[in-house]
Design a protein around this ligand. Structure first.
Ligand code: A3P
Length: 315
């Protein structure tokens, strides 16, 4: 009875729009997006969502560093209010607007929660550009997009979904469903690639997990300018870098959702389940067989070569 399942195909639907609001020529109508059936109830409400001019959207394919970016963006947007950040969980401060399409009664209606959030809102979504609130593109509000290389995404996604008991198959099944776009939020490449193509749009901040690992300081400085906030002092920057470190965010109960997921009681979550798992670039190197690494590389190349782009141009 879980919607995020490729082994039970009847439980996912495939959606498309003409995406005429998105400032990029792309055949959206030919790009299926895989979603749970409940998406039917949410699609229109999300698409027609009333966007405020000072909203900031944080958009990613799952497992690309969303939580890390949310904490960074929320703090910058809220003038480094560590007190409030320690009082309320990130899930409450920065609402995940499409989560209600995945689960039934556990969460309140996430679209309503996003509507009720006080400005400036920092709203998370995993939806691809043509299914996001279209006013984002019409009003040109700020959108932060964080991408990550597909082999690490696959590993992280597989641990996450299988670890929380939301997928019945094994790792190999999961890989097949990822490549064949049978999982909710797939297909991966159109999601990431179209946002990469839009990276120079003035309202878009495109960044990769890899860049955040390489140079978080530089990313924060660039993000701060994008958010039109006053320049950070060296002291503020040092404190923020420390706050956003993997170890710190893992130990911080207001940023690490592991206990919330374990305590949800909806499924059998693995006892060793960890949301903050490794937080590195290159997990795939010791977690994915060479054969499967090659399969993903070939699959990526098949998509990207149509555009004369290679993975190293992006990550
Ligand atoms: P791993 O599973 O590879 O460890 P998302 O927030 O999009 O679901 O992404 C989760 C991934 O981001 C996990 O990757 C998690 O460990 C990693 N992550 C979260 N916070 C991080 C941080 N502060 N530094 C580095 N990686 C982080």
């Amino acid at each position: 009875d879980d919607p995020i399942s490729g082994t039970k195909r009847r439980e996912v639907i495939r959606v498309s729009t003409d995406g005429d609001c998105v400032p990029l020529k792309w055949n959206w109508a030919a790009t299926w997006f895989t979603a749970p059936p409940k998406f039917k109830d949410f699609f229109k409400r999300i698409y027609e969502f009333e966007v405020r001019n000072d909203d900031v959207f944080i958009v990613t394919f799952p497992k690309c560093g969303t939580t890390w970016m949310q904490e960074a963006a929320w703090l910058l947007l809220n003038n480094l209010d560590y007190e409030e950040a320690s009082r309320a969980h990130l899930l409450k401060r920065s609402v995940y607007m499409d989560i209600s399409m995945l689960y039934d009664p556990r969460y309140e209606d996430s679209v309503k929660l996003a509507e009720q959030l006080k400005s400036p809102r920092c709203i998370k979504s995993h939806l691809p550009p043509h299914l996001l609130p279209r006013q984002i593109w019409q009003k040109k509000v700020k959108l932060i997009y964080c991408a990550r290389n597909p082999k690490d995404v696959l590993i992280s996604f597989s641990h996450f979904i299988r670890g929380k008991g939301a997928y019945q198959g094994n790792e190999e099944d999961f890989l097949n469903d990822f490549l064949n776009a049978n999982l909710t939020y797939t297909p991966f490449w159109p999601h990431v690639f179209t946002m990469w193509q839009m990276r120079t749009e003035p309202n878009v901040f495109f960044v990769t997990f890899e860049e955040m690992k390489r140079n978080l300081r530089g990313v924060l400085e660039r993000l701060n300018v994008f958010l039109e906030k006053p320049a950070l002092t060296e002291e503020q920057l040092e404190k923020l870098l420390k706050h956003l470190s993997f170890e710190n965010m893992k130990a911080n109960h207001q940023t690490n959702p592991t206990e919330i997921i374990k305590g949800s009681g909806q499924r059998t979550v693995a006892t060793d389940f960890e949301f903050m798992r490794r937080g590195i670039v290159g997990s795939y190197k010791d977690e994915l067989s060479e054969r499967n690494q090659r399969r993903i590389n070939d699959w990526s190349e098949q998509f990207l070569s149509q555009f004369n782009v290679s993975e190293t141009d992006i990550f």
